[in-house]
Design a binder for this molecule. Structure first.
Ligand code: RB5
Length: 150
């Protein structure tokens, strides 16, 4: 699977660790930055991942900031993105099964690398359940049409 990853300074070291793990799992990961721990603004990097995922159907995104919250809010402004901030394996699994999340947000200041790797692994290997959940996801998509004035 193609994965686009990014972070801010607070999520930098977790992102690096997760990119390494995702590659070890056999995925093709494009790291959209930053390349060091210098202070940056998380919306810029979350938007880069969101735009990359929206423009490459079937791909996924991975973004880390201090809490995962800021990058999640920003990424969800990009049409076509369903970003979920997760805090354990259950929320990682449910964000795929029920929400068909295509971008994963994790807080670099909140979790150990081991815990975050387990969340990433579950998230990458869990399928969307479809059915009634597909109807709800479609309603989310229609909100994007509405926001565009459609
Ligand atoms: C940076 O200090 C911090 O605000 C950011 O990483 C993130 O947690 C925002 O939601």
């Amino acid at each position: 699977m193609r994965i686009y990853a990014a972070s801010d300074h607070a999520g930098f070291s977790l992102k690096k660790a997760l990119v390494t793990e995702a590659r070890r799992f056999g995925h093709e990961v494009t790291d959209l930055g930053p390349d060091d721990e210098q202070r940056v603004d998380y919306p810029d990097f979350a938007a880069a991942v969101g735009r990359a995922v929206a423009g490459d159907p079937g791909s996924r995104g991975l973004i880390c900031c201090g809490t995962g919250i800021g990058v999640c809010i920003a990424a969800n402004k990009v049409p076509g993105v369903r970003c979920a901030v997760v805090w354990d394996e259950a929320t990682a699994r449910l964000s795929r099964e029920h929400n068909d999340a295509n971008v994963l947000a994790i807080g670099g200041r909140l979790f150990s690398v081991n815990d975050a790797v387990r969340m990433l692994d579950v998230w990458l290997t869990t399928n969307f359940e479809g059915g009634r959940h597909a109807e709800r996801v479609e309603k989310i998509r229609r909100l994007e049409d509405e926001a565009r004035g459609g």
